[in-house]
Design a protein around this ligand. Structure first.
Ligand code: NAI
Length: 359
């Protein structure tokens, strides 16, 4: 078990963000960490992750890393928000709807409220719209409440549509056409995002390969949309045109990249690259990588667009399609400059941050 103080020193010394708010909530035995990485483009916005860590320092590490990624995601998505993230490091994740969970969320909501909008929260791992409804009882600085509580609900449909546009854009870059008719797309993980993505891809005529550790889910999606269920452990080496990781992170590593049998990697999962060097390994193999935080920004676009920016359906559709255009620019920059697509995405985000303007 690490002690928090040395971990704090090590982690914070290497972090370039603005502010970390830390609270140990005695009554619920919960460590609460809020990371305000950047407010250059607007309030720091990002989800609240609830997780039982083996040591609270691991939760702090997640907040530092994930809040920084949110700064890049918001900037690349042209949104007037900065990057933030929060972690509730709980002894055990209480069941949805339980009084123990409600207690943690209300006490956490008071902490969010005390930041006066510097940080705006939303759902993340192990939290959803019903949790945002509880947080909304104590603070207005929350997005993604249920529709009947004035929110825009689950952002996964926005994420899925954005990923669909991203896949079309990537396929156009490698094949000259954005048409997906007959293109083989392997979707890893058919949960909230992957299942909806499969619908879009099926409508576009793609041939789907579907994998989920919960095999029943993959079969259900295949029955509805068509396609072939494949075993989760055969995903990496299965031949396909497009590999769409929509489950866990770190699927692209020095161990997996040599075994990939696809032309494009373009999916919703966060933190797909095991390390910074893996983008170069993909490029060396001639595999086009759609940077994760660009292609999966549809969720934050959905939340911000509907709840704070006053967009109608048409505007939302246009902005989600814009993910494809942003990626086309990133692919072109990478080609022209001889850099990886991951580097080209970072340059785009950093340029918007330097200009102090989401564009
Ligand atoms: P989810 O939890 O609803 O679905 C994930 C699915 O992947 C589940 O069906 C699960 O059984 C399956 N799975 C887990 N490990 C697997 C493995 N090794 N192989 C095959 N299947 C596996 O999650 P959701 O919301 O669909 O998100 C998917 C990914 O996209 C996550 O990485 C998430 O962080 C990311 N993301 C989600 C957004 C959203 O709006 N929900 C927004 C941005 C990113």
């Amino acid at each position: 078990m690490h002690t928090l103080v040395p971990v704090f020193e090590d982690l914070l010394a290497g972090w370039d963000g603005e502010e970390i708010v830390t609270r140990y909530d005695g009554p619920t035995e919960t460590w609460m960490f809020v990371g305000v990485h950047s407010t250059v483009l607007g309030p720091a916005m990002g989800g609240t992750r609830m997780k039982a860590y083996s040591a609270p320092g691991d939760g702090l590490g997640d907040v530092l890393r994930l809040s920084q990624a949110m700064t890049f995601k918001q900037a690349a998505a042209h949104l007037p928000y900065g990057g933030g993230k929060a972690v509730l490091a709980v002894p055990n994740v209480p069941p949805p709807g339980s009084s123990a969970r409600r207690e943690i969320l209300l006490r956490y909501a008071a902490l969010v409220d005390s930041l006066h909008g510097t940080y705006v929260t939303a759902a993340d791992m192990n939290t959803g719209a019903p949790d945002m409804d509880v947080i909304g009882e104590r603070t207005n600085h929350v997005l993604g409440r249920s529709r009947d509580r004035g929110g825009s609900g689950d952002p996964a449909p926005g994420t899925a549509l954005g990923v669909f546009h991203g896949i079309r854009s990537a396929w156009r870059h490698v094949s000259g056409s954005a048409e997906l008719d007959g293109v083989v797309v392997l979707v890893q993980g058919v949960g909230s995002v992957g299942d909806r993505l499969a619908d879009h891809l099926g409508e576009a005529g793609a041939h789907l390969l579907l994998a989920d550790v919960d095999e029943g889910r993959a079969e259900k999606t295949a029955e509805r949309v068509g396609g072939t269920v494949i075993q989760p452990d055969s995903v990496i080496a299965t031949a396909c045109d497009v590999f769409a990781p929509c489950a866990a992170g770190a699927v692209l590593t020095a161990a997996t990249i040599p075994r990939l049998a696809c032309r494009v990697v373009a999916g919703a999962a966060n933190n797909q690259l095991g390390s910074g060097e893996d983008a170069a390994l993909l490029a060396q193999r001639g595999i086009l990588y759609a940077p994760d935080y660009v292609i999966n920004a549809g969720g934050v676009i959905h939340l911000a667009g509907y709840e704070t920016l006053g967009w109608d359906e048409a505007m939302m559709r246009a902005r989600l399609a814009g993910i494809g255009e942003t990626l086309a620019g990133i692919f072109a920059t990478a080609d022209a400059e001889g850099i990886t697509t991951a580097e080209a995405a970072d340059r785009l985000a950093l340029a918007r941050l330097a200009a102090g303007d989401p564009g």
